[in-house]
Design a protein around this ligand. Sequence first.
Ligand code: GTP
Ligand code: NA
Ligand code: MG
Length: 297
Amino acid sequence: LYKDKDKLVPRPPVVTVMGHVDHGKTTLLDYIRKTRIAEKEEGGITQSIGAYQVEVDGKKITFIDTPGHEVFTEMRARGAQATDIVVLVVAADDGVMPQTIEAYNHAKSANVPIIVAINKIDKPNANVELTKQDLVTKLNLIPEEWGGDTIVVPISARNGTNVDTLLEMILLVAEMQDIRCIPDEPVRAVTIETKLDKGYGPVANAIVKDGVLKVGDYVVAGKSYGKVKALIDDKGRRIKEATPSTPVMIVGFEELPDPHSIIYVVESKEKAVEIVEKVKELEARELRKKRQIKLEE
Ligand code: GTP
Ligand code: NA
Ligand code: MG
C-alpha cells in the first residue's frame, strides 16, 4: 500500500466503540471525554456516528461512537472499516446479543483487533463470568485469563470503574499495531457520516487517514466535490488543517457526499469535476448493464 516506508510516522489510533443497543457505548465515551452526550441525545439512542479525540498520558486516541440499534448496520460496518481497533461493549446484565454478534462480524471482516469491555458491572444483576462464557460460546473469543488472547476488561461506564485500565489496553494494542501514516502523502479521509447542516450546507464528518487536509483544498467524495471552506474539529472549533487520525467536519461540498465514500484531495476544481463526471458515467453504465440483465432474465 505504501511506496515509501521511510516516510511513515506514528499517528493516533482510531478506536470504534461498538455493541448492542443500550449496552453503554456512549456512556463510556462520555466518561472518557467527561462530557454528557448521552443525556443530550434524543430518546437516548445514538442517532449518528460521532468521533472525538482524547489524550491519555500524553497520547492521542480518536474514538468513533456507533449506534447499537439494529437498523444502523451500515454505520457499524463503516465504523469497523475506518478503525484500527474495535472496543466491543457487552453489558454484564445482558450478555452477547444480536448486535454484539453483528459488530463482532464487522470487526472480524475488517481484520482489526477487538478489545471487549464488559460493562455495567455496578449493576446488582451483573454477571461477568456468565458474560465471559457468552463470549466463548457465541463469538469464540477466549479471554486472556482463560488462556485465550482476547483482552477483556470489566468496567462500569457510569462510575468509571476500570476505564483507565481499558484505556491502557487500547494504548497497548495500538502500540503493537504500529499505527502509521504518511503525512506528506496525498490526502485520503474516510467518511463517517454526511449531512445537510442548517448553517454549513452539505458536510462530511470524516477521519483523515493519510496526508494533511487543509482549508482551500479541492476534494472529491464519490459523485460529490467541493472546495474546503472550513474545517471544524470535534470541539466545534475552526481549524486550518486536519492531520492523520483527526476527526473533522468538512464544509464546502457542492452536494451531499455519499456516506460510504473516501474523500480525496485533487489539484484543481477542473480535476474534481472531471473525476465526478467519470464516476457518474461509470455508475450510469453499471445501472444500464443491470437493467439489461434484468430484461434478459
Ligand atoms: P445506543 O447508542 O442506543 O446503542 O446505546 P449505548 O450503547 O450508547 O448506551 P448508552 O450509553 O446510551 O446507555 C444506555 C443506558 O445504560 C443508559 O441509561 C445508561 O445510563 C446506562 N448505562 C450505561 N453504562 C452503564 C453502567 O456502567 N452502569 C449502569 N448501571 N448503567 C449504565
Ligand atoms: Na442508548
Ligand atoms: Mg449510544
